[in-house]
Design a protein around this ligand. Structure first.
Ligand SMILES: Cc1cc2nc3c(=O)[nH]c(=O)nc-3n(C[C@H](O)[C@H](O)[C@H](O)COP(=O)(O)OP(=O)(O)OC[C@H]3O[C@@H](n4cnc5c(N)ncnc54)[C@H](O)[C@@H]3O)c2cc1C
Length: 544
């Protein structure tokens, strides 16, 4: 089945679910809900999956983008959680999303504030993490082991570090997703390719074990959806639909620094937080040149907002921590934007290994699957890295007689050539597209070949073609979807303002009737053109 999501498909499938019964209704389309929709659809079940807003509207787009091996949990003695993370990291790197998830290096600068004994303990932890990698079956070439670098090499990778007193750095590797929201889109489209009806702008008003009352947020129309099983995957909002679930959200803030703010940064940084043991701020260079700096961990009480705000106190704290290891302090003017997300942590009462009333940083990152008395299955907690396992556990609980999960070896859209079409190898497409679209890069580039104006860069390295592609194939329904989730242009307010006209133009062009080419069809055309070109090159003797 076609993996494309767009307004036409939404309208058709919305009409279908109003009159029918599905095996599984999934509520929430973050990583967990999209994962549950894929897991259930790949088992052969009929699925409807809805989100009140958009794909990746919630916490899933506010992560640090680490696909981590669980080292932090190992340090806290949570061996099971750590191992689960390491296994799922391997699944993403090797099988399901090798086009979106890659190994990334991190430096821990050995400044005078890091004593030698502490450095030895951290290195021992890195080695344990490397052991976990091996037991999880992830080969070394995919995720290199840790090592110690001289000060000279550390400064080559991170020239902005303060050289005075620098004894070198500890180098470690972990997984990293190119963009968390893109991962969710890929999961949701893969679910759609397996027949799931993936419907954004549909809010569940109430849930029960055999369905939900739903509102189409585009028209205001309310209707019932009947289902044999219901999965609540609404993250920090889960308690609003299933009152038996008690959450204790914690806010994590990231800064977005302007490209070049830290010189030519060739690795991420783990920056020790002064006065804390084993807590580090993260510095994460992005493909578009921007640099994210995170991460706070503050308990949040009260109603859960749609989009959390990053308070100025978090911004000041992160700037101070980062500046503590730099030659020149980072200035407030280097901060181009900031974002905050709420971790859907279970309250201490729901986590057997967490001390009652403990700090949210100490609470378990383990997920939970909770079945309410009326049969609604809620899946919550966990992390982006383990979305697949969370989804599998939720579908196992909701549909105990269904066939076993198949998702551990199921490539997401873009990880392999589209079925039924010999795609051209992504290596011949522009590198920035390959990094974000994998095997679909050629199909995105084909839009530019047909209309060269679409090759123009809008902002932050994103082309007009990518915006049109998002409307036709990735379910973007408005400019917010385009700028805040299909691309991350919106993380910097001035970039967002500059890109608005291009987003509006892309929506108009993308919706034009009769031009909704499927990725499979575009791949076929691309492959034919590619063969023609190669034949031409052979005749002119240009192919070596
Ligand atoms: C700051 C921060 C950094 C993090 N960094 C990492 C990291 O680097 N690596 C990692 O592995 N994990 C990380 N995590 C954890 C990870 O991001 C989350 O655990 C994960 O994204 C949660 O996904 P989810 O699908 O469960 O929830 P969400 O992504 O929040 O999805 C819930 C969805 O439900 C929808 N919804 C809500 N109510 C309704 C309703 N009534 N009807 C229909 N839909 C509804 C929302 O619109 C939303 O799209 C981080 C978390 C935070 C906060």
């Amino acid at each position: 089945m076609d993996s494309s999501l767009n307004a036409t498909r939404r309208a058709r499938e919305l009409a279908e679910i109003r009159d029918g019964v599905v095996d599984v209704l999934v509520v929430g389309l973050g990583a967990t809900g999209a994962g549950a929709a894929l897991d259930a659809a790949a088992r052969g079940l009929s699925v409807a999956a809805i989100d009140a807003h958009d794909l990746a509207f919630g916490t899933s787009r506010w992560s640090s983008k680490l696909i981590h091996g669980g080292l932090r949990y190992l340090a806290g003695g949570q061996v099971g959680v750590a191992r689960e993370s390491a296994v799922e990291r391997g699944v993403l790197l090797r099988h399901t999303a090798p086009h979106l998830v890659r190994a990334h290096p991190y430096l821990l600068p050995l400044t005078p504030a890091v004593r030698s004994a502490q450095a030895r303990i951290v290195m021992a932890g890195y080695r344990l993490g490397d052991g976990l990698r091996a037991t999880a079956g992830t080969p070394r070439p995919l995720l290199p082991g840790p090592s110690r670098l001289t000060a000279e090499r550390a400064l080559r990778l991170a020239p902005a570090l303060r050289a005075d007193g620098l004894r070198g750095a500890l180098l470690s590797w972990d997984g990293r997703v190119v963009d968390d929201a893109r991962l969710v889109v890929a999961i949701a489209r893969t679910a759609a390719a397996h027949g799931a009806r993936v419907l954004t702008r549909c809010r569940a008003l109430t849930l029960c074990g055999d369905g939900a009352q739903v509102r189409d947020e585009l028209t205001g129309a309310e209707f019932g959806v009947r289902a044999r099983a219901v999965i609540n995957a609404t993250g920090v909002w889960a308690g609003g639909l299933s009152p038996t679930v008690e959450l204790r959200p914690s806010r994590g803030t990231h800064l977005v620094l302007r490209p070049g703010a830290l010189g030519g940064l060739g690795a991420g940084l783990h920056v020790p937080i002064p006065g804390e043991r084993n807590r580090f701020a993260l510095v994460l260079p992005q493909a578009d040149g921007r640099i994210y700096v995170g991460l706070t961990d503050e308990p949040v009480d009260g109603p859960v907002p749609d989009v959390p705000e990053a308070p100025e106190s978090d911004v000041a704290f992160l700037l101070d921590v980062l500046s503590s290891v730099l030659r020149e302090p980072v200035r407030r003017a280097d901060v181009a934007g900031a974002f905050a997300g709420l971790r859907p942590l279970l309250s201490a009462g729901d986590t057997p290994d967490a001390p009652d009333g403990g700090r949210t940083a100490d609470l378990s990152r383990r997920h939970a699957v909770i079945t309410s008395r009326d049969g609604v299955v809620t899946v919550v907690g966990g992390k982006l890295t383990t979305y697949r396992r969370m989804a599998e556990d939720a579908v196992d609980a909701a549909c105990p007689t269904a066939p076993r999960s198949r998702t551990a070896r199921l490539p997401l859209v873009g990880a392999r050539p589209a079925p039924g079409a010999e795609a051209r190898h992504p290596g011949v497409s522009p590198a920035h597209l390959v990094a974000r679209y994998g095997w679909e890069a050629g199909a995105v580039q084909e839009l530019v070949r047909r209309d060269p104006a679409l090759g123009e860069t809008v902002v932050a390295g994103i082309t007009r073609a990518e915006l049109v592609w998002a409307v036709r194939h990735e379910g973007a329904l408005d400019v917010d979807d385009l700028l805040d989730r299909r691309t991350r242009i919106g993380l910097v307010p001035e970039d967002r303002a500059a890109a608005l006209p291009a987003a509006e133009a892309a929506l108009a062009l993308g919706r034009r009737k009769g031009d909704l080419a499927t990725p499979e069809r575009v791949h076929e055309v691309t492959e034919r053109d590619h063969r023609d070109k190669c034949d031409g090159d052979l005749h002119t003797g240009r192919l070596t």
